[in-house]
Design a protein around this ligand. Structure first.
Ligand code: ZN
Length: 347
């Protein structure tokens, strides 16, 4: 399968990203990509309708003939639903990290951009590695660093790539939080997600009341949202589910003292659960940590290849077989990400 991000008619640079030369990976014939995009939508829906747990149906309509190719994959993959590969620093061997993750079954890496500075870095990585599912957003920690033209830059990234909107949200712990500005920036990006019909990756820390107020006030998100590393109370899970939310719990839920997070995990319907490492951050407890990256300044960093260990730990908490949980989470990922996932990954 040809791997590409969907970039529209021209290969113009976006977001001020400088390129050494034209990117053949990204500049592909527009009509072919539109056909592919919509055929993937169709077959993604068909796959769900037919309830084929181990299968991915993938269709291509080629020209007027409308040839349909259906491929059936025998085993579920694993999607790391939240990480920041661009944050390992320039010295890191990202290719090796991705290969190690892939070797343990992690087929897709949903990398979240957080600021105008890191959007081009993420795009460069996504061009290079088909395993990366990119998301572009302005994180609440970085709202003060935005440029005057940040909205149109973000619009360009979203318009020219098949990507999610994230990481965006509210963080009242960050000192000093500019709450009004965070709210304004968050609402603008929710509008972009609706306009571009994209899923949203939400970061929320100590701002649950305001998050709920905003979500109730805003029109519905057509592709739903993922609340990453969910730290809210268990009783907010159900209203969030009604608003289209999916949930991840990073490896830190496996720490013995995370009683509140474990209660919330137990409250999440199994068809709304996804998995993340948040690498290079949020190291899981040692028992579930088989991989790490040592930074140049001696810091121990998390690795996406820890995802199977995290999944096993969460399966233990849920008293499920890990194979069963992996299959559920794989189905959930297909449903939640839809075409932005189907468009990525390696053959
Ligand atoms: Zn993050």
């Amino acid at each position: 399968m040809q791997q590409t991000l969907v970039r529209r008619e021209t290969g113009r640079t976006i977001g001020g990203a400088r390129r050494a030369g034209p990117s053949n990976l990204l500049i592909t014939h527009h009509s072919k990509l539109v056909t592919r995009y919509f055929s993937l939508y169709t077959f993604h829906s068909l796959s769900g309708f037919l309830r084929l747990p181990n299968s991915t149906l993938e269709g291509y309509c080629k020209g007027r003939i409308g040839v349909i190719l259906i491929s059936v994959m025998s085993s579920p993959g694993l999607v790391d639903s939240h990480l920041h590969l661009q944050d390992y620093g320039q010295q890191a061997d990202i290719g090796a990290i991705i290969r190690q993750a892939e070797a343990v079954g992690v087929s897709h890496l949903v990398c979240n951009g957080t600021s105008e500075e890191d959007w081009p870095k993420l795009l460069d990585l996504a061009e290079k590695y088909p395993q990366i599912v990119p998301c572009f957003g302005l994180h609440p920690w970085f709202v003060n660093r935005r440029s005057e033209g940040w909205i149109s830059i973000l619009e360009d990234f979203l318009q020219n790539t098949v990507s999610g909107v994230g990481e965006i949200g509210l963080d009242w712990l960050h000192i000093p939080p500019d709450k009004e500005l965070q709210i304004e920036v968050f609402r603008i990006q929710l509008e972009l997600a609706r306009r571009f019909d994209r899923p949203v990756m939400v970061h929320c820390v100590k701002a649950w009341g305001m998050l709920m107020d905003i979500l109730r006030d805003e029109p519905e998100l057509p592709r739903g949202m993922l609340i990453h590393a969910y730290g809210g109370p268990a009783d907010l899970v159900e209203p969030l589910v009604r608003m289209g939310a999916y949930f991840t719990f990073s490896g830190t839920v496996l720490l013995e003292n995370r009683k509140r997070a474990r209660e919330a995990l137990a409250a999440v319907p199994i068809d709304r659960l996804l998995m993340e490492t948040d690498a290079p951050y949020m190291l899981p407890p040692e028992k579930y940590r088989n991989y790490q990256v040592d930074s140049s300044d001696g810091e121990v960093l998390n690795h996406p290849a820890n995802l199977p260990g995290v999944l096993k730990g969460i399966a233990e908490l849920l008293q499920m077989r890990h194979e069963e949980l992996q299959e559920k989470v794989w189905q959930n990922a297909q449903t939640f990400y839809g075409p932005i996932l189907a468009n990525r990954g390696r053959d």
